[in-house]
Write a protein that binds this ligand. Structure first.
Ligand SMILES: [Zn+2]
Length: 110
């Protein structure tokens, strides 16, 4: 399967320290070409997805297709992700292709 992505680079203000490289960009899927029907269903049902599980995430820097697992706690649930490099059903390689990189002048749009 092929996941096309867009990367948004965010430059932090110079006075913001320490600089966290992981949060200096945001990766979003733009288009997904599924390798087989079960993979498409797994994506739709969110067993598998691109990046971190949380759909309301402000920033995602996980550049992988992941299998998600929920660990429930009394205080709430914690979602874990395990990256996959090939389809568990048809064995086709998972390819991630960044098709666009945008740059923001300031961090978090400020
Ligand atoms: Zn497949």
């Amino acid at each position: 399967m092929l996941v096309k992505t867009k990367t948004i680079l965010r430059r932090q203000k110079e006075d913001r320290l320490p600089f966290d490289n992981r949060k200096a960009h945001d990766i979003k899927e733009v288009e997904v070409k599924y390798c087989c029907k079960p993979m498409e269903e797994a994506f739709r049902e969110k067993y598998i997805g691109f990046g971190e599980f949380n759909v309301d995430r402000p920033l995602n820097w996980d550049n992988n297709v992941n299998i998600f697992h929920c660990s429930p706690y009394p205080e709430g649930a914690y979602w874990e992700a395990m990256a996959i490099k090939s389809c568990p059903w048809c064995k086709e390689e998972v390819k991630i292709q960044n098709i666009e990189t945008k740059s923001y002048k300031t961090y978090e749009g400020k």
